[in-house]
Design a protein around this ligand. Structure first.
Ligand code: FDA
Ligand code: NAD
Length: 434
């Protein structure tokens, strides 16, 4: 099979790949210099849409409506855009072997790609219940959500099991967003997770109490403190029940599992330095291998603000790390330098009529402020995290764009606070007066 050579290759065709391609175009890339190789069949798109508007029963988002970079207010990069720019977009092409010493990638179909500079943007894959040998977890209609094909399969199941029963396994991002979207699709929804409250990675008990109360009001049943230990199936292989560790058995027509992700680093194992489960990079997303960069979910990078090495599995960082890597590559070619990455963590989610944003670090003491009553007609509340006498993180549900900007500013500036009761009383005003 023919061998192709490119000056730059991006392996992966998700959020980071799309934003990197745009940055290459901005910086000036010559036709034929850049290839984006993706195992997905469609051009890079804004992945967050898959767990939200893509699954709506009416007015659903569909491609080409959410290709990158619309999620950050940019132009939509349709497949034609790549052609116009002379960027080779190789879709439905899975790389199965990477030889970093020989600067060669090999696809499942046996094609080889040589590069001078490689950007690894392979993102994450889902953790499956079959990975821990959960009995019956390979039944039909047990769904995971990572790529557009997964979402399409789920839509088929939603149509086939109209108004049925859905069990959501996991109380993280996927759990909360899919619990809501299955309810909007008129399913009878039960959520199951092992922790004492939802999204413990980020939420305090106070924040979680609001969302759990709101979901309960929408008619979603929440079962906490237990896990799914097995599944029963119909004779045709379709799931029919979820067995819980506490002995309960829940009827289910569809099960959606969101028990976490795992960065896709397997191709590069043993060839590159890893840390905290990801590929170790510097503040320019350069890895331990010369000419190889890693961005998005797979990168473990120096978080300057906290003087720590971290990995971030969120879209804002996927976009910004991709841009930073391309700027660094181009600056390096011109003998120039750029500032190293100085990232302020930003996470968000939307479900039902709710919308929250979080900036900074969720460590230290916390105060809850505002109206966090799930029965309020327009709840608006938030939380600050305080460490060593400084506000280091801020969360806000129901904020306006200006208010969200204000909490971002607080998390970045880290103002000192002496009295936490006073801070709780001041609430959002504290951020808005910064
Ligand atoms: P991403 O997963 O986007 O892309 C990786 C790409 O590499 C994929 O196209 C994959 O097929 C390809 N690939 C992998 N291995 C390959 C191989 N061997 N050969 C070829 N191609 C290969 N974040 C947030 O902040 N807010 C939100 O609301 C959401 N919502 C959300 C919903 C859902 C359903 C998911 C799954 C995730 C989110 N996220 C999110 C997280 C966010 O989408 C995620 O952090 C970014 O997509 C990461 O971007 P990457 O480009 O690193 O990976
Ligand atoms: P997550 O880490 O957010 O949540 C995993 C959850 O799984 C845990 O909170 C726990 O409740 C649960 N869990 C773990 N083991 C379990 C078990 N055996 N049985 C039942 N529950 C169990 O991961 P996720 O929700 O699967 O999300 C996957 C990836 O997609 C992450 O990278 C996430 O950041 C990303 N994502 C982000 C967003 C967003 O930022 N709005 C939305 C969707 C997905």
């Amino acid at each position: 099979m023919a061998e192709k050579h490119f000056k730059y290759v991006i392996v992966g065709g998700g959020v980071a790949a799309g934003y990197a391609a745009r940055e290459f175009a901005k910086q000036g890339v010559k036709p034929g210099e850049l290839a984006v190789i993706s195992k997905e069949a469609v051009a890079p798109y804004e992945r967050p849409a898959l767990s939200k508007a893509y699954l709506f029963p009416e007015g659903a988002a569909r491609l080409p409506g959410f290709h990158v970079c619309v999620g950050s207010g940019g132009e939509s990069l349709l497949p034609e855009w790549y052609t116009e720019k002379g960027i080779e977009l190789l879709l439905s092409t899975e790389i199965v072997k990477a030889d970093l010493a020989c600067k060669t990638l090999t696809s499942a179909a046996g094609a080889t790609f040589k590069y001078d500079i490689l950007i690894i943007a392979t993102g994450s894959t889902v953790i499956r219940l079959t990975d821990f040998g959960v009995q019956g977890a390979d039944a039909k209609n047990i769904s995971y959500l990572r790529e557009i094909d997964d979402a399409d399969k789920l839509i088929e199941a939603i149509k086939a099991k109209k108004n049925g029963k859905a069990v959501i396994v996991g109380g993280g991002y996927i759990g909360l967003e899919l619990g809501a979207v299955m309810k909007i699709n008129n399913f009878d929804v039960t959520m199951v997770y092992p922790e004492p409250w939802c999204m413990p990675r980020l939420f305090t008990a106070g924040i979680a109490a609001f969302y759990e109360g709101y979901y309960a009001k929408k008619g979603i049943e929440i079962i906490k403190g237990t896990v799914a230990v097995g599944f029963d199936s119909e004779a045709n292989g379709e799931v029919k029940a979820v067995k819980l560790k506490d002995g309960r058995v829940l009827d289910a027509d569809i099960v959606v599992v969101g028990v976490g992700g795992r960065p896709l680093t397997t191709l590069f194992k043993g060839q590159i330095e890893e840390e905290k489960g990801g590929i170790k990079t510097d503040g320019f997303f350069k890895t331990s291998v010369p000419g190889v960069y890693a961005v998005g979910d797979v990168a473990t990078f120096p978080m300057k603000l906290y003087n720590e090495i971290r990995r971030v599995e969120h879209v804002d960082h996927a976009r910004k790390s991709a841009e930073q890597a391309v700027k660094a590559i181009k600056a390096n070619e011109e003998g120039k330098s750029i500032d190293d990455y100085d990232y302020l963590p930003f996470f968000y989610s939307r479900s039902f009529d709710l919308s929250w944003q979080f900036y900074g670090d969720n460590v230290g003491d916390t105060v809850l402020f505002g109206d966090s009553d799930p029965s309020s007609p327009k709840p608006k509340f938030g939380s600050y995290w305080i460490k060593d006498g400084k506000v280091v993180g801020a969360f806000l549900e129901g904020g306006t764009p200006e208010e969200n900007k204000a909490i971002a500013k607080v998390a970045k500036l880290q103002p000192p606070v002496e009295n936490l009761d006073l801070l709780a009383k001041e609430g959002l005003t504290f951020a808005c007066k910064m």
